[in-house]
Structure formats: structure tokens, C-alpha cells
Write a protein that binds this ligand. Structure first.
Ligand code: HEM
Length: 403
């Protein structure tokens, strides 16, 4: 999206302070400061990001595998959200949810309710019109519905995330309250919300493939990263061309945040391949990502999922991958509106895919060595690959099912 467009993040953030009864909005006008605060939190968290990701990811896989071994099924979405909540709190905020019983178990649910209440008025619901417009889309829901949970999150960050809160105050001139509210926004809306939408699609896309992609991914992981998690880093992922390409192609086909709205800061011309549109200052623009990223002038067979699309020379197409509200070759700065965590998101996703295949190989080897193929078949790992005739199935409710 062009740089001379003002982002309505201020507005959505104002709405987001639901739990605080819309207090603490003074500094929200300063969206550059807030973007820099987010970039700073990420820079600080980069020291622990990979370690926290791996540790919590392994717990997630252990839980799902053991649940499938015992019950034959696992509702992996709730475990995925627990993993995300712990990993993101610990890396972004330096705060361990396990230390606070008020959020340890209920954190993900609290964020889901808080997100749902804000998004419901904007989500298209096709049934029962005009009742949906009248009853769901016409007003802001009362903050009292979520303020209890929000206050618990607020106190958790106040108490356990002191270092990042102080950075907001000392480095960016925010009040403690503005720091905490914005940390909740970044944690809940950007990070937890974004990953909760993206990861099930990524896992589901790989799991449902029938073209041999899983075996090719497994080979690449084995060849470049081996089977140990100890050497995994963002650097080690750079050579994983297929893994990275699958992550990009999933984001191209299914951008987790499809719509972007913005108001023009000045008059300018917006050009497409064959036309140019005069935009006047103050006009509201809407970008629809699925359309931009299925442009047949740019992408060969744009409606097909091509796992190798971004391999080799295909990397040039990263100029047209816009899931982060800017090209994948761009950089988020205070003067654009690109996702602050653009590279963290794609590299974390590649790391998750890599670790998943490392575990699949490990579990399969263990099963083969101990001759327990039948018993071990009922695991997340062996279900995922069609190696022992087991498979992984995703239903609408994100159920992992053993057969
Ligand atoms: C899969 C996960 C994620 C997705 C899909 C995603 C997507 C996006 C998108 C589409 C935008 C532009 C929104 C708009 O202007 O309408 C955005 C902005 C932003 N994202 Fe992300 N994001 C993700 C994860 C994260 C994480 C982990 C952070 C952590 C810091 C983050 C921080 C931000 C910030 C601060 C902005 C605002 C940028 C600005 O207004 O200039 N995002 N994100």
C-alpha cells in the first residue's frame, strides 16, 4: 500500500482499548512512536525468540501426540493457542504466564473473546439479513463483556513484563498505561490473532497435500537441518528453499488478514497494469489482498497452489507477496504500514514446519526400531506422513484424527 496513506490503526486501537473503557488514548495519535515501540519489542525479543518458539512448540507437539495416543484424537487448535500464548508472552513481553494463575489457563480464551467482540461488527455473515446488519454490525459491543479478562492481562503485564513496559516509558515517552495497552494490542491482535489464523492453514495445506510434497519437505529438512533441534536458527533456514516457498505460497493463497483500509494523506495517482486512478486526499481506500496476490499478470496459474513457486528465480515474485501490507522484499519502518514482524512471521513458520518434519522422522524411526508401528501410528507425527499407512486429517474444527 502506498506510503502516503494514513492507517486506521489508531481507530482500531481506540476500539481495542475495550477493557480499559477507552482510557489511555492520549498518545495513540502518535502512531509512528507506537510502530517504533513494536519494532523495538521485536528487536529485544529476537534474542530469545527461537529458543522460546522451539521449547513451547515441542511441548505443543508432545501434548497433541500423547492425546492422540490415548484418545485417538486431539483438538489441536486449543493446544496451538496455548503454545502461541506462552511463546508470545515469553518472547515479546519477557513475561511467563505460568507465574500468574489468573492468566495461566485462561489467557487464550480471554484474548479470543476480546478479539471476537471487536471483529464481530466487521465480519461478513451472510445469513439472516438484514438482522445481521441490524443486530451484529451496527454498534460497538459494551466493554464490560470482556473488561474482567482484560484487566487480568493488564495486571499480568504490569507485574511480570516490567522491563518492556519501562522501555515504552523511557525510550518512547509513553505512560505506563499506554505501554501496557499497546503491548496487549500487539500481543493479542497482531501476534496471537495473526498466528492463530495462519498456522492452522499452513499445517492443513501441507497435511492435505497428495502430490508428494510431505516427502519432499522431509528430504529437504533432513538434508539441511538434520534431526536435532539444537542447530536450528533463523540463519539455518535460509537454505530451505522448498520449506520457505511453501510458507510464502500459503500466505499468497490465504492471506490471514485480507482487507486493509486507509485514508489518503494527499492527492496521488494509483496505477495498475493498464490504468491509473486519481486519489484525492482524505478518500478511504480498501486493499483486498486475495485479489492483489492472484494477479494473472504476475503469477502463473494464480489460482493453483504451487509449492515451488518461490524457489530459485521464483524469489523475484517476493516483490508481489503482500500479506504483510507491503512487499515481502520491503522493510517495516515508522514511515510505512507494513507488519512490524514481517520476517519473524515467515521465519517462525518455516521453523515450525522444519521442527514438525524433524519430529515426524524421529517418531517414524523410533517406531521402526522398536517394531511398534501399529501402536505408534496413532500419533500426530506418524499420522502426518503416509509412511505407515497412517495419515493426518483436518476437519473444520481443526481436529487431528487417528485412523
Ligand atoms: C501470522 C502473523 C501475522 C500476520 C498475518 C500479520 C499481518 C499484519 C498485517 C496485514 C498488518 C497491516 C494491518 C493494516 O494496516 O491494516 C500488520 C501490521 C502490524 N503487525 Fe503484523 N501480522 C502478524 C504477526 C505480527 C506479530 C508477531 C507482531 C509483533 C510485533 C506484529 C506487529 C504488527 C504491527 C505493530 C503492525 C502495525 C504496523 C503499522 O501500523 O505500521 N504482527 N500485520
Amino acid at each position: 500500500m502506498p506510503r502516503n496513506i494514513d492507517n486506521p490503526r489508531k481507530w482500531i486501537q481506540a476500539r481495542t482499548m475495550l477493557g480499559k473503557g477507552f482510557k489511555g488514548l492520549k498518545s495513540i495519535d502518535n502512531s509512528r512512536t507506537l510502530k517504533n515501540f513494536s519494532l523495538d519489542i521485536l528487536k529485544r525479543s529476537s534474542k530469545v525468540w527461537v529458543a522460546e518458539l522451539q521449547a513451547n512448540l515441542d511441548k505443543f507437539f508432545d501434548t497433541v501426540e500423547s492425546e492422540i495416543s490415548t484418545n485417538g484424537t486431539s483438538s489441536f487448535f486449543s493446544h496451538l493457542q496455548t503454545f502461541l500464548f506462552y511463546f508470545l508472552c515469553k518472547s515479546l513481553l519477557g513475561a511467563d504466564p505460568a507465574l500468574d494463575p489468573a492468566v495461566a489457563n485462561s489467557g487464550p480464551l480471554t484474548i479470543n473473546l476480546w478479539l471476537g467482540l471487536q471483529l464481530l461488527p466487521t465480519v461478513p455473515v451472510l445469513a439472516f439479513q438484514p438482522l445481521v446488519e441490524i443486530f451484529l454490525h451496527s454498534y460497538t459491543y459494551p466493554s464490560a463483556l470482556v473488561s474482567g479478562g482484560y484487566q487480568k492481562l493488564y495486571r499480568f503485564i504490569e507485574q511480570h513484563g516490567k522491563e518492556v513496559v519501562q522501555r515504552g516509558e523511557q525510550e518512547f515517552g509513553l505512560s505506563a498505561s499506554d505501554s501496557i495497552n499497546n503491548l496487549i494490542f500487539t500481543l493479542g491482535f497482531n501476534a496471537f490473532g495473526g498466528f492463530s489464523l495462519f498456522l492452522p492453514t499452513l499445517i492443513g495445506t501441507i497435511a492435505s497435500d497428495k502430490t508428494g510434497l510431505q516427502a519432499r519437505l522431509s528430504d529437504e529438512v533432513k538434508q539441511i537441518c538434520g534431526s536435532s533441534s539444537s542447530g536450528l536458527s533463523f540463519d539455518s533456514l535460509k537454505g530451505m528453499e522448498l520449506v520457505n516457498s511453501v510458507v510464502y505460497e500459503t500466505l499468497r493463497m490465504n492471506p490471514p488478514v485480507q482487507l486493509q483500509y486507509a485514508r489518503a494523506r494527499k492527492d496521488f495517482q494509483l496505477a495498475s497494469h493498464d490504468s491509473a486512478f486519481d486519489i484525492k486526499k482524505g478518500e478511504l481506500l480498501c486493499g483486498y489482498q486475495p485479489m492483489a496476490m492472484r494477479d494473472s499478470n504476475v503469477f502463473d496459474e494464480p489460482e493453483s497452489f504451487k509449492p515451488d513457486r518461490f524457489v530459485g528465480k521464483g524469489k523475484e515474485l517476493l516483490n508481489y507477496l503482500f500479506w504483510s501490507n507491503g512487499p515481502q522484499t520491503g522493510s517495516p519502518t515508522e514511515s510505512n504500514k507494513q507488519c512490524a514482524a514481517k520476517d519473524f512471521v515467515t521465519m517462525s513458520a518455516s521453523l515450525i514446519v522444519t521442527r514438525m518434519f524433524q519430529r515426524i522422522d524421529r517418531t517414524c524411526r523410533r517406531a521402526l526400531n522398536s517394531g511398534k508401528e501399529k501402536k505408534e501410528r496413532n500419533t500426530f507425527s506418524t499420522n502426518f506422513l503416509p509412511i505407515h499407512g497412517g495419515w493426518f486429517r483436518q476437519t473444520g474444527g481443526y481436529l487431528v484424527s487417528a485412523h
